[in-house]
Design a protein around this ligand. Structure first.
Ligand SMILES: *Cc1c(COP(=O)(O)O)cnc(C)c1O
Length: 408
């Protein structure tokens, strides 16, 4: 089986279902019983793997983790409460006070806030650099650097870094390469093949199957030697290749309390089965909309790295099978024109999410980035004349008709 959807539909359950259910049941149970006192004692010694309590593991969530692991070819996968818990836990698990990470300077807003506000309070420094310029990154690495962190496609700038260059730097300095791949789902992107050690993702976006649930994923590709990191050395001695997820599951998933719920995992399991279809439909819509924007004289600029004349097109083809997510930006003359246009839309919704089934539009300058001073916004490439469109699965002709009437 080669096709993503065929594979997703045929991943066996970790244990055979007693009723031969075709869909993984929702195990909405907190606790799980043991047959004997000896079994439960062996379980607590780590010698008898079984579910015990749903803040540690749960069968429906385990199946979601197995699906993602098999579909991506990863070594191990952990499903967590949200994209933000995936990012925070992955960083916390490899760093301690006094350490630093190097991060792309164009980040999802809450990731930026996590690094600048939350983690810095615990003595964890983030050094920001333009990840499309790899020389800048190397200059920032010192003996306390534990990871390079970047987003596969930045949003809303839609820039793409050369991942194999980043992997080369990380490997040369024996540090971890972590990618937030939320925008480029696993049906179009294989992080392991490009040398990414750990992938974090907001499953809320593409995977949940149309904005139905909040969740996150931490994916260990099994290509990093955990004993190199001084904070993981002890756990690497005990767990070898499984060190990272073992440390995460105990010290963060369990102790900080970030388990995905069984109900959420159920949405995610269903979402994975139709992921490839949805991504493909959104992508075809992006191409048609790109054409429409080009031909409309009110639209002064269009950005989508899946379009042939984008400066990132070659990287989009090489790294993301030509589908660099399905978020586009486009510009009108002014902020006033953008607002007028948005207010006239009838099908495209004004909302701040990505990869819903519905097409969503937002004006980043006056919303997501409003708290930053104007000069900083401009420096980040957030223009008052720009709108971000997360392209959905509607018919392209309906989306175009909606925009045509709103542009009149
Ligand atoms: C939405 C998003 C997140 C955060 O995910 P949540 O599931 O909302 O916590 C992180 N990174 C990127 C790129 C995102 O788009």
């Amino acid at each position: 089986m080669k096709n993503f959807t065929t594979r997703s539909l045929n991943i066996p359950f970790p244990k055979k279902d007693p009723h031969n259910s075709l869909a993984m049941p929702i195990y909405e149970s907190v606790s799980f019983e043991f047959d004997s006192a000896e079994d439960i004692a062996a379980n607590f010694r780590g010698e008898f793997p079984a579910h015990t309590y749903s803040r540690t593991s749960n069968p429906t969530v385990e199946y979601f983790e197995a699906k993602v692991r098999i579909l991506t070819g990863a070594h191990q996968v952990l499903a967590v409460t949200s994209g933000m818990s995936a990012i925070s836990a992955a960083i916390l698990a490899v760093c301690k006070q006094g350490d630093n990470i190097i991060s792309g300077n164009h980040l999802f807003g809450h990731s930026l806030a996590l690094f600048e506000q939350s983690l810095s309070a615990y003595g964890l420094e983030t050094r920001f650099a333009d990840t499309t310029n790899t020389e800048l990154i190397e200059a920032l690495i010192d003996q306390n650097t534990r990871a390079i962190y970047f987003e596969t496609v930045t949003n809303p700038q839609l820039e793409i870094a050369d991942i194999s260059k980043l992997a080369e730097i990380a490997n040369r300095h024996h540090i971890l390469l972590i990618a937030d791949s939320t925008v480029t789902p696993p049906s179009v992107f294989n992080s392991k093949a490009l040398g990414i050690h750990v992938e974090v993702m907001s499953a809320t976006k593409f995977i949940s199957g149309g904005a139905t649930a909040v969740g996150g994923l931490i994916i260990d590709n099994g290509i990093y030697d955990w004993s190199i990191n001084p904070n993981c050395l002890a756990v690497a001695k005990k767990f070898g290749k499984d060190a990272f997820i073992a440390r995460l599951r105990k010290n963060y998933y369990r102790n900080l309390g970030m388990p995905m719920t069984a109900h959420t995992a159920n949405y995610m399991n269903a979402g994975l089965d139709i992921l490839e279809l949805r991504v493909e439909r959104c992508y075809q819509n992006c191409l048609k909309l790109g054409e429409f924007f080009r031909q409309n004289r009110n639209v002064t600029r269009v950005d989508y790295p899946g379009l042939k004349d984008s400066e990132y097109y070659d990287l989009a083809v090489n790294q993301f099978s030509g589908i660099p997510g399905t978020v586009m930006t486009f510009d009108l003359e002014s902020q006033e024109e953008c607002f007028r246009f948005m207010n006239r839309l009838k099908i495209i919704r004004r909302a701040t999410n990505l990869n819903d089934n519905k097409s969503l539009i937002i004006h980043p300058f006056s919303t997501i980035y409003a708290e930053f001073p104007e000069n900083e916004r401009l420096k980040m490439g957030i223009r008052p004349s720009m709108m971000r469109l997360s392209v959905g699965i509607e018919g392209a002709e309906d989306l175009i008709e909606d925009m045509e009437q709103a542009l009149k």
